[in-house]
Design a protein around this ligand. Sequence first.
Ligand SMILES: NC(=O)C1=CN([C@@H]2O[C@H](COP(=O)(O)OP(=O)(O)OC[C@H]3O[C@@H](n4cnc5c(N)ncnc54)[C@H](OP(=O)(O)O)[C@@H]3O)[C@@H](O)[C@H]2O)[C@@H](O)CC1
Ligand SMILES: [K+]
Length: 470
Amino acid sequence: MLAAEQAVFNTGTDRFTLMQRAGEAVAEFVHAHWPDGQIQVLCGPGGNGGDGFIAAAALAKLWRKVEVYSVLPVSELTGDTAKAASAWEGPVHKLEDALKSQPELIVDALYGAGLTRPLEGAAAELAQRGGRVISVDVPSGIDGYTGKPLGPAFQAEATLTFAALRPAHVLLPGSAFSGVVMVADIGVPVKTALAENSPALWHSQMPQPGFGVHKYQRGHLKVVSGGPWNTGAARLTAKAGLRAGAGLVTMLSPPDAAGVHAAHLTAIMLAPFVTPDDLAAYAARSTAMVIGPAAGVTDATRANVEAILKGPARVVLDADALTAFGEDPEVLFKQLRPTDILTPHEGEFSRLFGDLLATSDNKVQATRAAAAKAGCVILLKGADTVIAQPDGNALVNTHATRWLATAGSGDVLAGIIAGFMAQGVDTFVAAAIGCWLHGEAGRRVGAGLIAEDIEMQLPVILSALHGELG
Ligand SMILES: NC(=O)C1=CN([C@@H]2O[C@H](COP(=O)(O)OP(=O)(O)OC[C@H]3O[C@@H](n4cnc5c(N)ncnc54)[C@H](OP(=O)(O)O)[C@@H]3O)[C@@H](O)[C@H]2O)[C@@H](O)CC1
Ligand SMILES: [K+]
């Protein structure tokens, strides 16, 4: 973002022009979505406050009743912020006076990208006052880069940011403070490597079975099962993969668990394996594989993973397949290919990558660093799931629901992703599609959701995405 801004300055666009565009975008946004009510505009001492002064002037021109409150007296403002303040012709009140009345709308233009310390005094009290807040760039009090509150922070109903999303808009807890986030184009050509997951990103890459296609052309997914007392997880994975569109799905089962599977499986095929060599042979004839759900944290699982990774199939490694390498993750990293994917939750992530999450600036940076280290795609699960690939490309999925935090939910996610990989979809894209579908299915079921419900939602969601619902 900063490099992009510099590029615009280099073309002769000065920062004040960008501030004007930003402030006017705020005014348009506020007026379009909250067309009634008097407005308190709270202005800070820097660029964020400058946007606020421009917005106040533009809102007044739209006949809105506006009052402006400033951290500093106008005489003490400098640079572009002083220039912006001169656009506002009405009185400028002291910030603490804003506490004397409760307006219908509050435009929070106190601090944005330049927040360096916790809010104090009147700013802190205003953050805690409540009310309908529209924040400029980032809710004041939230660090835009880490997404963490430094102290009291404004709880916005909506946030208007400029040029590109910042981590705080998509990562918890910042995303919860931001409300609905909109990005205004202010003429900064951003080539951001951070996006929020949505069908717009990958809709055109969804596999479309052509007319006359047969199942062998839609990919063959194989899922490795755990032992006789641990078969359910792999079945959740396999069924989800089949729903996601893999032409064939085979459950690879230890012989003593085959009877359990046989009693449950219908469209999914069943085949036995005993040794890692057996799995290597299966891997040679499949397009994608999943290993991990209830596989067991054992040396055998490690050997099985290593055998599969020697073959041509792209691999989803989840759950026990990750923990099994917890004592020696480098061994695993050496064998992974850029087209494989690890899908850890935070516990599994820390087993493989130590304190990377705690020591990184934010979850996106941690996941990027992990992807670079492991040399494959990483999907770090959570309410704000992050997907990153080794080159740094990353996205955050906020399309989810708390009801998805339930047993087996992750096994289903692994299966959906693998189902798309089996059909030839790029691994990063498959992860994005899988994560969004998983979230959408969870939202449709809501309270009471169990893992089995997720794949049952997929036909109607997929048909809608393919435009096949009347
Ligand atoms: N870059 C661009 O091209 C564009 C940027 N734009 C806008 O500019 C914003 C960034 O502007 P900015 O860099 O001036 O930072 P901003 O957030 O206004 O605050 C800095 C001031 O606040 C102070 N301060 C910090 N924390 C504090 C605290 N807790 N309590 C009290 N004071 C505190 C800090 O003081 P210091 O820490 O130096 O003592 C400094 O004086 C950005 O978010 C966007 O809205 C748009 O116009 C479009 C073009
Ligand atoms: K702000």
